[in-house]
Design a protein around this ligand. Structure first.
Ligand SMILES: Nc1ncnc2c1ncn2[C@@H]1O[C@H](COP(=O)(O)OP(=O)(O)OP(=O)(O)O)[C@@H](O)[C@H]1O
Ligand SMILES: [Mg+2]
Length: 288
């Protein structure tokens, strides 16, 4: 990770300290581009809101795909995650409602592409997002149950800010040749961030995306990932499904665009796995 020089530990991904706070903050991250981060953020958030959870997506990618994919056009954006990051507005003021009940988004703006450079010299640069999100949203009476951060495809200061702010990371992984290498790079980064900046940070799970069961490479990568990461890999896999790629051009989550399609159904299953895992995490933390 640029600008971060900390030793790598060989410990497992289980953190030494965590507290179960409300809301739960989850980052969807993978430094590799085009692996399904935004599709996962949008559809997981929609599936969670469909079962009654109040969800906020924070679009941290200058590309703004989560914003457009949820029907927020550039021309409609007054304030963005950039303004939240630099303390020019509060997260509550930057959040806009989407067409999906109980789902809001803090949209991104093109200014975010310059944020990396601006952050380098900023005071408290690694903790800006944590301070902007956690304090105002914390508490059972707060406005959200889940806050989901859609990260850009790199391990830059924006992604570092996300990893410092959240409780857990969801890693979408496309089953391709270098997938495991990229994954081990990401897990080392998570360990470093946990050691230096955020002791609560954990990997919530790895979700296999654009899954094609007829492809031998898919089967090989899946076997290796499951062997290495065990039950950190969600049972649910997200199939390659054209409806998932069509939906954003209508400004809708696939779950709204075509709830019956295989991709939407997979994200509904993923959401129930995420909720189940959350219950286990909560139980373990309360018992600790
Ligand atoms: N399961 C899937 N089946 C078919 N197409 C998919 C699937 N998941 C994502 N896509 C499509 O693949 C492309 C990349 O997906 P997405 O934007 O979610 O990835 P990303 O990791 O967020 O990309 P980036 O790194 O650029 O932010 C998009 O066009 C998306 O619609
Ligand atoms: Mg994206």
């Amino acid at each position: 990770m640029s600008n971060v020089s900390v030793p790598v530990s060989s410990r497992s991904v289980t953190p030494s300290f965590k507290a179960y706070d409300h809301p739960r903050l989850l980052a969807v991250a993978n430094q590799k581009g085009g692996v399904g981060k935004t599709t996962t953020a949008i559809n997981l958030a929609t599936a969670l809101s469909a079962v009654g959870k109040r969800v906020l997506i924070v679009d941290l990618d200058p590309q703004g795909n989560a914003s457009t994919g949820l029907g927020v056009r550039r021309s409609m954006i007054r304030v963005s995650s950039y303004d939240v990051l630099f303390g020019d507005t509060s997260v509550e003021d930057a959040a806009v409602k989407t067409k999906v009940p109980r789902l809001s988004i803090v949209p991104s703006s093109v200014h975010l592409s310059g944020a990396e450079i601006e952050l380098v010299t900023a005071h408290n640069r690694e903790y800006r997002l944590r301070d902007a999100l956690r304090r105002p949203l914390m508490g059972k009476d707060g406005p959200y149950d889940y806050v989901i951060l859609d990260c850009p495809p790199s391990l830059n200061l924006l992604t570092l800010n996300a990893l410092v702010a959240v409780d857990s990371v969801i890693v979408p992984l496309q089953c391709e040749f270098y997938a495991l290498e990229g994954l081990s790079h990401l897990t080392k980064t998570v360990e470093r961030v946990r050691k230096q900046f955020n002791p609560r940070l954990d990997i919530h799970g790895v979700v296999l995306t654009m899954y094609d069961q007829r492809n031998n490479l898919t089967a090989m990568v899946e076997r290796d990932v499951r062997q290495f990461f065990g039950d950190k890999v969600y049972k649910t896999v997200i199939p390659r499904n054209v409806r998932l790629s069509e939906a954003p051009s209508y400004g809708l989550p696939a779950i709204v665009y075509d709830m019956k399609c295989a991709g939407a159904q997979a994200y509904i299953h993923l959401a129930s796995e995420v909720i189940k895992r959350e219950r286990q995490i909560k139980k373990a933390l309360i018992a600790a």
